[in-house]
Design a protein around this ligand. Structure first.
Ligand code: 4AD
Ligand code: MG
Length: 435
């Protein structure tokens, strides 16, 4: 094999006229007589490798004739402008070596597969172009979230995964054996972020959270990732302002940096451009009910929103919509009641456009020790598990506000996916814990 420097496919356009070495996999294979066109991918991109008699060695021609889809290969060749596609490059192959042939035909062939089969083979499916694009957009969403909050002066703090208290209802707790004890997988980092906000002012965590959801819907995972900012001395409006600026800046970053990925997904970028324009409409729960009146999604005052209400509301706007001041009875124990109207809570959900449902939930926390003690009792929660949380009210209680942005739902919306399970590399649902 001739010498050469290993080059990533995404960098090839900077090496036109040079000899390079590619390490990757064969994605497609097309031959006509002694001329072979291999599409090589290395995770950073795809490139056409042309194996032609007279340019390539005899060994390379032989390897090109026999190589199977998804075999790993080493390619030596020179980078040229693509023969037909302007602005693209191709590689004129001198040498081709099969590093590891596939043991049998690659299971994800050209024919259409059902989602069940694809998910069973998620470890291989990830190599395909759609999951590839989604994973790159996911990485950009996470980068943009951190960049936005870091830029505002927030401090990243990691919340624990194992804990002893429920924050989002006992019905969805996953128990874990812990020596002679039982603990639970975290449903939210919020309670710990409230403690961290009292130490560091404005904080956020970004990590996996777990809920034993009994619902098999396209919006529910049992393991999902949440970004949770929390601000000390802040109110509902501060939380709403931050969720709005955060989501708009994430959209702007994806639109700026992920155009090729959106194209792979055939996602209409104009819809995302429209959704990036602020301010987002803000409706009280009561105003939202009024909008739903006379439609099939109408509900009586006091009922929580489900998918039909969220979908009907989202169909009215091109941007996300913020709904605040839900009935206190349908919201978590830690929410502060509106002092002007205690039957509603100072909470807010952000509902994504195009029927992608609630992507953010949050609001203002209750700082009143006696109120929280009473609510913990009413909910039948074990008081001992909340003693540390109540200390945050005993020692320098302050107004505190924040929210949780569900990453998979946000990514499913941005990518235009049919189900949240495609928004994470290895999804966990009621019926899936492998691969
Ligand atoms: O509305 P939720 O339950 O809010 C909280 O957990 C708060 N403690 C967050 C906070 O204030 N720090 O969840 C927040 C978001 C939802 O809006 C949704 O996007 C996502 O988390 N989410 C799920 N995503 C996928 N699968 C599930 N089972 C989800 N449950 C919630
Ligand atoms: Mg919620």
């Amino acid at each position: 094999m001739p010498e050469g420097t290993r080059t990533w496919i995404e960098d090839l356009s900077q090496h036109v006229g040079e000899d390079v070495v590619l390490l990757g996999w064969v994605r497609h294979h097309r031959s006509s007589g002694k001329l072979h066109f291999l599409e090589i991918r290395d995770g950073t991109g795809n490139v056409q490798a042309v194996v032609k008699k007279g340019v390539a060695s005899d060994e390379a021609l032989e390897a090109a004739a026999s190589v199977g889809i998804e075999s790993s290969v080493e390619v030596h060749g020179s980078v040229k402008a693509h023969a037909r596609r302007e602005g693209e490059v191709e590689v004129a192959v001198a040498e081709l070596r099969i590093l590891a042939p596939t043991v049998e035909d690659y299971p994800l062939g050209k024919k259409e597969h059902g989602t069940g089969f694809l998910m069973d083979n998620r470890h291989l499916w990830l190599r395909s172009s759609r999951p590839w694009a989604v994973m790159r957009i996911r990485a950009e969403v996470i980068r943009a979230c951190r960049a936005h909050l870091d830029g505002l002066g927030f401090v990243g703090v990691d919340a624990p995964i194992l804990g002893s208290a429920a924050a989002e209802g006992t019905a969805t707790l996953f128990p874990v054996e812990y020596y002679d004890d039982q603990v639970y997988l975290s449903q939210t980092g919020q309670l710990h972020m409230e403690a961290a906000a009292q130490a560091l002012g404005r904080v956020y965590c970004l990590g996996p959270t777990f809920r034993a959801e009994k619902s098999k819907t396209r919006r529910h995972l049992t393991e999902f990732w949440m970004l949770e900012p929390e601000i000390a001395f802040a109110h509902l409006d501060d939380a709403m302002d931050l969720m709005e600026s955060l989501v708009a800046s994430v959209l702007a970053s994806v639109l700026e940096r992920c155009r090729p990925e959106l194209e792979v997904l055939e996602r209409d970028a104009r819809k995302l451009e429209a959704a990036a324009s602020t301010p987002y409409p803000r409706l009280t729960y009561d105003e939202a009910l009024a909008r739903l009146e006379g439609t099939e999604a109408a509900i009586p005052w006091g009922e929580d929103f489900g998918a039909p209400q969220e979908d009907a509301l989202s169909s009215l706007f091109d941007t996300p919509v913020l709904v605040h001041r839900y009935p206190a009875a349908v919201k978590a124990f830690y929410m502060r009641p509106d002092p002007e109207r205690p039957e509603v809570a100072l909470g807010c959900d952000m509902i994504a456009p195009e029927g992608y449902g609630e992507i953010v939930g949050g609001g203002e926390r209750n700082g009143d020790l006696a109120f929280l003690e009473r609510r913990i009792e009413e909910e039948g929660l074990p008081p001992a598990a909340y003693e540390w949380y109540l200390d945050l009210r005993r020692y320098g209680a302050c107004a505190s506000a924040g929210f949780g942005l569900g990453l998979e739902r946000t990514i499913a919306w941005i990518c235009g996916l049919a189900h949240v399970r495609e928004a994470i590399a290895f999804p966990r649902t009621m019926s899936r814990t492998s691969p």
